[in-house]
Design a protein around this ligand. Sequence first.
Ligand code: CTP
Ligand code: MG
Ligand code: K
Length: 181
Amino acid sequence: MDLVTVVATALWAMLPAYVPNNAAVLAGGGRPIDGGRSWGGRRVLGDGKTWRGTAAGTAAGVALALVLNAASGPIADLLGVPAVEFPLAAAVGLALGAMVGDIGASFVKRRSGRERGAPFPGLDQLDFVVGALALAAVLDFEWVTATFTVPVLATVLVVTPLLHVVTNGIAYLIGAKDEPW
Ligand code: CTP
Ligand code: MG
Ligand code: K
């Protein structure tokens, strides 16, 4: 696999996992998933993890995967790379998994005494990648192993934190997010 194919595959295959967190920021609010409950003197998850944000984020990621499937042929031809197609199970796994990974990170943050919005470098940038790939692998193992070859996976792990820092910085600057992480 040449470098263009590796990078194009990595970015394309992760798009349904990148969009949910940003959609959740725009759509979030309402009832928190933990219902306001605490555990060990700290919130279980906190007010930053809501049912509405999670549902909207998941829906946005799945919808994007379906749009990408419709566009993948011509764009892959244009770039001269093999097209990536998302089976529905993989799309759901990537989108819902990204949300679950982010929720899991909030659980870890609260247990380690970090208040809502506090940064946790490393975890903040990769929680959703781990969640997305893990749930996608549970729902469609063959698709994950065929798509995320070692070079593609390595690219994802390097490029995702960079993209995360840039997109959250922009979200902060335009006022969509309270903190730039
Ligand atoms: N959001 C949501 N539901 C989710 C994830 C995010 O409603 N499952 C919304 C919330 O409004 C949240 C915002 O998106 O405040 C930003 O998300 P994030 O940075 O992940 O949450 P934080 O508020 O920083 O909380 P935490 O410290 O728990 O990450
Ligand atoms: Mg945050
Ligand atoms: K987060």
